[in-house]
Write a protein that binds this ligand. Structure first.
Ligand SMILES: C[S@@+](CC[C@H](N)C(=O)[O-])C[C@H]1O[C@@H](n2cnc3c(N)ncnc32)[C@H](O)[C@@H]1O
Length: 240
C-alpha cells in the first residue's frame, strides 16, 4: 500500500465504514493476518520473514521474545513505515531488509540481515502477489526455495477472472481501478492448479489453498450486516 493509498483508505473507511467494498477490504486484510498468525502459532518456527510488509505489525502481536521478525519491502516503503511507527510511538522490533521483488528476493540479503538459513523460516507474503507479474510470482517461489527444510510459506492470491463469483468480480473491479490509478496495478491472478504447479516446481508442497471466506469462523457471515462471502482471494499454506 502506498502512502497516497493509505491516506485515501483511512479517509474513505472513516467516512463510510459500512460501504460494502470498504468492509470487504477490511475483512481481507484481517482474514489474511489471522490465517497467518494461526499457522505461525502451529508451526513453531521462530524465524519469521514478512515479505511486502508495508505496515504489517505481526512482530508486535507475537508472544514476546519467542520470534525474530524481518520485514522486506522497497526502501522508500521501509522509510515510510519507520516514520509512521515512530509517529505512533510504536517500537518496531522487526529488522528491515530492502528489496524490490521485481528484481527477485536474494536469500543472501536475508542472511546478511541475520536470518539463520540453516534453520526453518516462516515466510508471510500477504497482499503482495497480485501486484507482481505472474513470472515474478513464480520466481519468488524459486527464490524462497533456498530456505531450510521445515520452512513454511503463507500467502494469498487472486483467482483468475472466470473462477470468481459476482461479488468477487465487483470487488476486484472497484479495487483494481483504485490500485491502478495510484500506480500499483493488480497484475497476477491464477487458478489453484496453476499455483500448485508453480509451487511444486520449486519443491513446495501445498498444505492448504482455501477461499478467504473459509478462514472465518462458522456463522461469521450470518452475524455481519455489511459483509458477504466472495470468491476472489485464496489463502495458501505451503511447506518444504
Ligand atoms: C497491499 S500491501 C500489503 C501489506 C501487508 N503485507 C499486508 O498484508 O497488509 C502490498 C505491499 O507489497 C509491497 N510490494 C509491492 N510490490 C513490491 C515489489 N516489487 N517489491 C517489494 N515490495 C513490493 C508494497 O510496497 C506494499 O507494502
Amino acid at each position: 500500500m502506498t502512502e497516497q493509498e493509505s491516506s485515501f483508505s483511512r479517509t474513505a473507511l472513516l467516512a463510510q465504514p459500512e460501504a460494502p467494498i470498504l468492509a470487504a477490504a477490511r475483512l481481507t486484510a484481517c482474514a489474511r493476518s489471522r490465517y497467518a498468525e494461526t499457522l505461525l502459532a502451529e508451526t513453531g518456527n521462530d524465524q519469521v520473514v514478512v515479505v511486502g510488509a508495508g505496515l504489517d505489525a505481526t512482530a508486535l502481536r507475537l508472544p514476546t521474545g519467542r520470534h525474530r521478525v524481518w520485514v522486506v519491502d522497497r526502501p522508500g516503503v521501509l522509510q515510510w513505515r519507520a516514520r509512521l511507527f515512530a509517529q505512533a510511538d510504536l517500537a518496531d522490533t522487526a529488522t528491515s531488509v530492502a528489496a524490490d521483488l521485481a528484481d527477485g528476493l536474494r536469500v543472501g540479503d536475508l542472511e546478511n540481515a541475520g536470518v539463520d538459513l540453516t534453520r526453518p523460516v516462516t515466510v508471510l507474503w500477504l497482499g503482495v502477489s497480485m501486484y507482481l507479474a505472474p513470472d515474478e510470482c513464480r520466481r519468488f517461489f524459486g527464490d524462497v526455495s533456498a530456505l531450510a527444510d521445515g520452512s513454511a510459506l503463507v500467502f494469498d492470491y487472486h483467482l483468475s477472472r472466470e473462477l470468481r463469483d459476482d461479488a468477487g468480480r465487483d470487488y476486484a473491479c472497484a479495487v483494481a481501478a483504485m490500485a491502478g490509478a495510484s500506480g500499483e496495478p493488480w497484475q497476477c491472478a491464477a487458478s489453484p492448479d496453476s499455483v500448485a504447479r508453480w509451487l511444486t516446481e520449486h519443491g513446495w508442497r501445498v498444505e492448504a489453498d482455501i477461499d478467504e471466506a473459509d478462514a472465518t469462523d462458522d456463522g461469521f457471515f450470518d452475524r455481519q450486516q455489511y459483509l458477504s462471502p466472495m470468491r476472489l482471494v485464496r489463502l495458501v499454506h505451503a511447506v518444504r
